[in-house]
Design a protein around this ligand. Sequence first.
Ligand SMILES: [Zn+2]
Length: 253
Amino acid sequence: MTKLIYMDDSYAQECDAKVEGVVEYNDEGDDSHLVGIILDSTVFYPRGGGQPCDTGKLIDLKTNEEFNVVQVKKENGKVVHYVDKIGLKIGDTVHCKIDWERRYTFMRYHTASHVIAGMFNSDTGAQITGNQIGLDKTRFDFSLENFDKSLLEKEVEKANSYFGTDVPVSIFYMPRDEALNIPGMVKLANALPPNIETLRIVKIGTDDNIIDIQADGGTHVNNLKEVPKVEIIKLENKGKNNKRVYFRFVEQN
Ligand SMILES: [Zn+2]
């Protein structure tokens, strides 16, 4: 089992690791030939939960040769790092380095989307049905019949009152049955695989004021101080009960 460093330390940007598997892979739809590398530990986040994968480099510690990591996916329970050329072999040791600026943007957007979703859920009961975190904007979908722009703006204003202020974000683990008894824990409809017994929980806020709490596998910042204020780009109707909202940071960086 690969040690997933990002699960407990989302600020880890580098680590050393040993190559445990090499798989060749032909990316469908284009001619590029990628090589999949399985490591004994990693700082690379694989695509999942609406958060894109990390990119970065694997550096062969013996030859100093650099391999660009262009894609990271979880396949059959294993994190596979797709690099752009052959050369790494089982038993090699590598230095892993993620593209930190990209990851940190995802962390801030991911945490921001939990805060906004938390506002929506507690004020309107809306279920979040999907999300896509990006580098210059993020969207999420929610199901709610009666909804207008002024209500949306009110929720975003509330979220903005927390961004840039000292509010802790904590990560811990909980037995599934216990976790599912907490109201609002599963906002993303059908997001949980049925066979996981221990859930990783992301809590934003203090016990006196929980802004959002949910089962989640993504990477987050430690404090809302690090999250800039947001603005709505647009609100779309995707059907009777389905709405899609796009937001971005007012100040980039
Ligand atoms: Zn999330």
